[in-house]
Design a protein around this ligand. Structure first.
Ligand code: UDX
Length: 447
């Protein structure tokens, strides 16, 4: 059993704290947000994350998990202090380290005995050194401490299960023994543990997220070509993915990636590269392709419906992906903004993210179910592939619509089925016959 303090109770901090407590450790979660801490102490879980509420409540009841706003409650006596605070993008895409710096200073003020300070936030390469410097500046050589980088790879929507079943644990430190001590916290897991230096560990996180975003932007670029040439990107991705060197995961074409991490991390990596004399061309394209996928939805609607002013568009799904209520950088939100700018009426539905979406885009109609969303619509856009959208009764939905056009932004439907119900169907990169017919270049070549 170790004594652990986790600074920051966002997605990463809260999941990490709850899971470490569940593994039998004594965990104090610390956040400067008094309202959040009060609510957690009353059993309120600030995020929608499968399995997290049970885990928090069970471990609170067992006195292994407590919440506080006080560094004095959390840091003295802890074997490990994790930093899991936010690193939002600054104006030039750089990661804003204000929260990391203030956490480091506060931790420094409270250290009592030998402590390992573990950085779990995604932080620019070199931040581990900076944290060590900041703590040393406050405390000199008075206290023994070591900084370890331990990036977190959990995904929202499956955060608890990802934390408890990692593909790998990455630990970086200038003192190998400190990394090995952190490794003992993960001894219950059967996965490779990579021990390396601080900067390499920090870079592994950025490179991983940037690569995942690149895969999606890559397949989306292929999708755009497929659309014009009449090929089906879903089959292309399958055919590619069965090559062991490529792999099948993360090759679903659609309206692109969103969420709190990919954009922020790709931009931060690009910034880091640029200010250090590199010329990061690919990273810029990855972000631009993604932006264009969102715009392409509006272009498709315009192609089919003409001017969008006064048209009614139903948007199904608002969160950046299914099984979360997180709408940060969600494609649906940007698409809705673009539609509203063009004068369209938007009717949106999401099983859990509507309240959060309404904070971003308040002036649209939030429907109570998919059928109400589609009533009177000139087109429906599937933006997030919630399971329940697989079961839409098209026989019922079709007649409710003014005009039956489906833009399937996640390629979840079968065009034949929708066509039987009178819909014009457009997936992303599925080279529909209708598009082929309309492409004069293909027609001229007899394709
Ligand atoms: C991501 C990383 O996966 C995780 O390791 C890191 O710690 C945080 O960032 P998350 O933001 O939760 O996790 O989302 P993820 O499940 O990776 O999906 C990101 C986005 O990519 C979603 O918008 C999703 O819809 C999109 N996506 C994913 C695709 O468009 N196609 C795919 O094939 C896969």
């Amino acid at each position: 059993m170790s004594r652990i303090c986790i600074v920051g109770t966002g997605y990463v901090g809260l999941v990490t704290g709850a899971c470490f407590a569940d593994l039998g450790n004594d965990v104090v979660c610390l956040d400067i947000d008094q309202a959040k801490v009060d609510s957690l102490n009353d059993g309120g879980i600030p995020i929608f994350e499968p399995g997290l509420d049970d885990l928090v409540i069970r471990n609170q009841a067992a006195n292994r998990l407590t919440f506080t706003t006080s560094y004095t409650d959390g840091v003295p006596g802890a074997d490990f202090v994790f930093i899991a605070v936010d690193t939002p993008p600054g104006p030039a895409g750089e990661a804003d380290l204000t929260s990391v710096e203030s956490a480091a200073a506060m931790i420094a003020g409270e250290l009592e005995g030998r402590t390992i300070v573990v950085d779990k936030s995604t932080v620019p390469v070199g931040t581990g050194d900076l944290v060590a410097e900041l703590i040393a500046r406050h405390r000199g050589n008075e206290i023994e401490f070591h900084v370890v980088s331990n990036p977190e790879f959990l995904r929202e929507g499956s955060a608890v299960s990802d934390f408890l079943n990692p593909d790998r644990i990455v630990l970086g430190s200038e003192v190998r023994e400190s990394a090995e001590e952190v490794a003992t916290l993960y001894r219950a897991f059967d996965c490779p543990i990579i021990i390396t230096d601080l900067r390499t560990a920090e870079m592994i996180k950025y490179a991983s997220n940037a690569f995942l975003a690149t895969r999606i932007s890559f397949i989306n670029e292929i999708a755009s070509v497929c659309d014009q040439l009449g090929a089906d990107v879903t089959e292309v991705a399958r055919g590619m993915g069965l090559d062991d060197r490529i792999g099948v995961g993360f090759l679903n074409a659609g309206i692109g990636w969103g969420g709190s991490c990919f954009r922020k991390d790709v931009l931060a990596l690009e910034h880091m590269a640029a200010v250090n004399g590199c010329h990061p061309q690919l990273l810029r394209a990855v972000v631009e392709i993604n932006r264009d996928m969102r715009r392409s939805v509006v272009r498709r609607l315009r192609e089919e419906l003409g001017e969008l002013r006064g048209k009614t568009i139903a948007v199904l799904g608002l969160s950046f992906k299914p099984n979360t209520d997180d709408v940060r950088d969600a494609p649906a939100i940007e698409i809705i903004r673009l539609l509203v700018n063009e004068g369209a009426q938007v009717r949106a539905f999401d099983p859990v993210a509507a309240a959060r979406a309404a904070e971003e885009v308040p002036d649209i109609h939030y429907a109570t179910d998919v059928y109400e969303a589609m009533t009177g619509a000139d087109a429906v856009v599937l933006a997030t592939e919630w399971n329940e959208f697989q079961e839409i009764d098209w026989q019922r939905a079709g007649p409710l619509m003014e005009n039956r056009l489906m833009i399937d932004g996640r390629n979840v439907y079968q065009s034949d089925e929708l066509r039987t119900h009178g819909f014009i169907y457009q997936g992303v990169g599925r080279g529909t016959p209708q598009r082929r017919e309309r492409n004069p270049a293909l027609a001229a070549e007899g394709l």
